[in-house]
Write a protein that binds this ligand. Structure first.
Ligand SMILES: O=C(O)c1ccccc1N[C@@H]1O[C@H](COP(=O)(O)O)[C@@H](O)[C@H]1O
Length: 212
């Protein structure tokens, strides 16, 4: 079954909504963003989170010490690198933190995505390319640019209740939603519950033989 991640949680009521909806993953953004949380805020939110939901920390070109501290505190279970981190950075970080690493690719061509498979990360994350933003754009990209992949990937970029079924058919390990689960810039409990319900009903089984 395709997994689902709701990213960019900032408030206790967001945690209450995901505890009810039960996605597989949630995300805390530690990078510059209107969704940014401090390590202290994230730690408090994690304490409120249902233990069955895994927390992902989103970083953009962060120092490895900053990431290692959040991992050591037990606030996150996976690291998402959403900046310009290269193979050497990822290799070093993986040795230090010992938890799975997701590397975001802002998709511009199939060749770029194929090349990214060689990175020493556990998962790729395919997101929309926008010149002036690292992520959280709320915009979709041309899914025709996704080549057949061996490495499991998260699919992000402008997903919402209206397009998530179609996105699931592309065979991602996990669908990743942020802006599509918001109203007026904050997470919307009803949208979270509906998006998770659509993915979890299993109407669309992941065609993992094609892409994973
Ligand atoms: O959410 C942000 O503000 C953000 C900032 C910097 C890097 C990544 C960010 N979020 C990630 O962006 C994608 C897609 O978000 P959206 O659904 O298009 O709004 C998702 O992976 C978030 O983790």
């Amino acid at each position: 079954m395709t997994k689902i991640k709701i990213c960019g949680l900032t408030r206790p009521q967001d945690i209450d909504a995901v505890n009810e909806a039960r996605p597989d993953y949630i995300g805390f953004v530690f990078a510059e963003s209107r969704r940014k949380v401090t390590p202290e805020q994230a730690a408090g939110l994690k304490r409120r989170l249902d233990g069955r939901i895994r927390a992902v920390g989103v970083f953009v070109n962060a120092g490895p010490d900053e990431i290692a501290r959040v991992v050591r505190d037990g606030t996150i279970d996976l690291v998402q690198l959403h900046g310009d981190e290269d193979a050497a950075y990822i290799e070093d970080l993986k040795r230090r933190v010992g938890i799975p690493v997701i590397k975001a690719v802002r998709v511009q061509s199939p060749g770029q995505v194929l090349a990214a498979q060689a990175l020493p990360c556990d998962y790729l994350l395919l997101d929309t390319y926008q010149k002036d933003a690292y992520g959280g754009t709320g915009k979709t990209f041309d899914h025709g640019l996704i080549p057949p992949l061996q490495k499991p990937f998260f699919l992000a970029g402008g997903l919402n209740a209206g397009n998530i079924k179609e996105a699931a058919a592309l065979g991602p390990w996990c669908l990743d939603v942020s802006g599509g689960a918001e109203t007026d810039g904050v997470k919307d409990a009803a949208k979270i519950i509906e998006i998770v319900r659509i993915v979890k009903t299993g109407e669309h089984r992941s065609p993992s033989v094609v892409n994973n």
